[in-house]
Ligand binder design. Structure first.
Ligand code: MG
Length: 330
């Protein structure tokens, strides 16, 4: 990084969008944002080169947009409205100001799309490119929490699962795919769609459903709900929603849909009586019922097509030592 480029990147950060809620934007020691009448949500997430992404896989704008999207997904999982963020950038040698300009363009586009003010940032030298975003949101009416699932609730998920995990395996050359299937699966990795509108619809329901976003895989994230709610679950393997492109490339393989991670879909639990079709209309995204909450002592079990209940496989999330993946958030 040449002299002056550091300052240029700082200027780029200051050019990101913010609106009237931000009383003082980037450029001072702190930003000042107007107080909110609602309870506030705060979350943070990092993307690290070589751990969560590879620069051959995404353009600079795609990388910026994705870094914000994964944070937006956590606000979606609470049923909230995203409001403001700050960005910490760890920059390494070998990337120029044009790269960061592109990256901030991507962040800016995603921020405008979600109504988020980028109110400040920090830049540091690092060995790997690292983008950390802290995001503030507001609770819409009730927060969707992990600790409110009850026995006999039904378990639903939005969208289809496993596409992103398959997408990055295609980019890594581990799985072969062509044409429309390749384009669809790769785009699901590059540009995940945080389910903000669906989360906000769920937050209007009473009782407010238990919910989580699926970042580490269905089994791992459902596991967090079971632990926090002190319940067990039965998952119907045949009911796991998979896209036609997933099926055309991965066939019967269910491991990526169960444990692949990076789906950024929502998993939620509701008392009996809600149909997937009605929820699909209400949430504006396909919803599938995948199982039910049972007594804690039963733990988590998977029902095969032949009716037999089996224990889930040992490796629930992604193994960071082996692959570019996600990480558990505590
Ligand atoms: Mg999450």
């Amino acid at each position: 990084m040449k002299a002056g480029e550091f300052e240029l990147i700082e200027r780029l950060c200051r050019a990101l969008p913010y609106g009237r809620r931000t009383l003082l934007g980037p450029g001072d020691d702190c930003a000042i944002i107007a107080p909110s009448r609602r309870p506030q949500l705060i979350t943070i997430d990092s993307m690290v080169e070589g751990v969560h992404f590879n620069l051959d896989w995404l353009s600079a704008p795609q990388l910026g947009a994705r870094a914000l999207a994964v944070n937006l997904s956590d606000i979606a999982a609470m049923g909230g409205i995203p409001r403001a963020c700050v960005i910490n950038l760890g920059i390494r040698e070998g990337l120029d100001a044009a790269f960061f300009s592109g990256m901030y363009r991507g962040v800016g586009r995603a921020a405008r799309g979600a109504g988020v003010d980028v109110v400040g940032g920090n830049i540091t030298r690092a060995n790997q490119l690292t983008i950390t975003i802290a995001l503030i949101g507001e609770v819409l009416s009730a927060a969707l929490r992990r600790d409110t699932a009850r026995k006999d609730d039904e378990i639903f998920v939005t969208g289809t699962l496993g596409d992103c995990a398959l997408g990055w395996r295609i980019m890594a050359g581990e799985v072969k795919a062509q044409g429309a299937a390749r384009r669809f699966l790769v785009s699901r990795f590059i540009a995940p769609q945080p389910r903000l509108a669906a989360g906000q619809q769920l937050a209007r329901m009473r009782p407010a459903p238990a919910a989580i976003d699926i970042s580490d895989g269905l089994l791992a994230d459902l596991g967090h709900i079971l632990e926090r709610s002190r319940v067990g679950a039965e998952i119907e393997l045949a009911a796991i929603p998979r896209s036609r492109h997933y099926l055309s490339v991965a066939g019967d393989r269910t491991d990526l849909a169960l444990s692949g991670g990076e789906d950024y879909e929502l998993l939620f639990c509701l008392p009996r009586g809600h149909s997937a079709a009605a929820l699909t209309r209400r949430l504006g995204v396909a919803v599938h019922r995948v199982g039910r909450i049972v007594d804690r002592r039963a733990g988590m079990r998977l029902r095969r097509a032949d009716g037999r209940l089996i224990a889930p496989p040992d490796r629930r999330g992604w193994d960071q030592l082996e692959s570019v993946g996600s990480e558990a958030k505590r």
